[in-house]
Structures are given as structure tokens and as C-alpha cells.
Write a protein that binds this ligand. Sequence first.
Ligand code: VGL
Ligand code: ZN
Length: 209
Amino acid sequence: MRILPHDVLLVVDVQNDFCPGGALAVAEGDQVIEPIHRIAPFFEHIVLTQDWHPANHTSFAANHPGKQPFESIQLSYGEQTLWPVHCVQGTKGAEFHPALHLPQAELIQHKGYEREIDSYSAFFENYRKTPTGLASYLRERGLGRVFLAGLAYDYCIAYSALDARQLGLDAIVVRDACRAIDLSGSVARMEAEFGKAGVVVIESKDICG
Ligand code: VGL
Ligand code: ZN
């Protein structure tokens, strides 16, 4: 697959807390870094996302007395999975993994910074209430095809890819440059959504041979 000048690589949440040893560690999370570094040189445009919560964030089980991580609750905007405290603004856990080296990235999109609402997607906060501004950024810069890599395949990657499709953008997930949380069938559920929405899944070798 030839990478074109208006393509962008969206590198999602490659942060300490999502890697082994982190607060919400994704199995083999740090192993996305090697394939990301292999495909990155093919892109003229790279955008990073960074999960960026205040300590009192509503998605943390610790902020709901009696609730445990990975339970779900009903919030004003719908169902929300509760997570361990992770990616708190300004902490080590929120920093990018130290091995990630993409100084050429042109934008860092923070998300999840509003206390009252979570944001898996890089484009909209949960339940699509409020945009992050990333769609406008891409539109203004003429970037129309979004390749996604990073963490987690079945949460932030999946929601971002599906939102990209809703926005009329092509969305291509680089599967071996992602790792999944896989909570109660989330991978299969999201892949079914990919099929319906026209999200394309490829491998890094499809880009770099
Ligand atoms: C994520 C759960 C909570 C992700 C972020 O980056 O996939 N998942 N916050
Ligand atoms: Zn989060």
C-alpha cells in the first residue's frame, strides 16, 4: 500500500500506563513501538494522541465509592467502563513510553481531560457529544486518510477509526502495530463494527514490505 502525501499516521496513546508495569497495562503494549518506528518514515504527517486525565476523572473506579476497575456504570451520557487510575496529567504514567521516538510528529492531541466525560476516540468524547478539534485540524491541513497504530486496539484505536469513518475519512488500522485490552469480547465486537463501517485492517508489511 503506497503512502500518499495527504496520509497521516495517528499514533494512539503509547504511554507508560498502557505498557507493561503501567497502571492499565495492555499485554505486550510496548511491542507496538518497533512496528510504529518501521512505518513512521513512510509518512509525511504524524499526529500523536495522549490520554490525559485529571486525578478526579469520572472514568476512574477509585472516584466511585464501592466500585472496582473494569465494572461498568451508567453516567449521564450512557454506559462507562470504570478503569484503574491511569494517565493522570503530568505524571510519569501519562508520559509517552521512553522508547517511542517520533520527534517529527506535528501535533499532540490530548484527550480525556474533562473531568465529567471520558474520551476513547481522538475525534469525539464518549457518546459523540463534543469534538476534540482533531477533525478540523486534519481538514484544515488537507489530510484525508488516517492510518492508526498504538493502544488499545479495541478501545482508543477502534473508536478513533470508527469516528474517522463517520467523518468521511478513510481509516486504516495497522494491526501488528496495535495491542488490545480485550475486555469481555471487545475485540470481536469492534472488528464487527470495522466491517460495517469500512475500517480497513492491514499489517505493517503492507506499508514497508
Ligand atoms: C484507553 C481505556 C481508558 C485507550 C484509554 O487508550 O485505549 N482505554 N483510557
Ligand atoms: Zn483513559
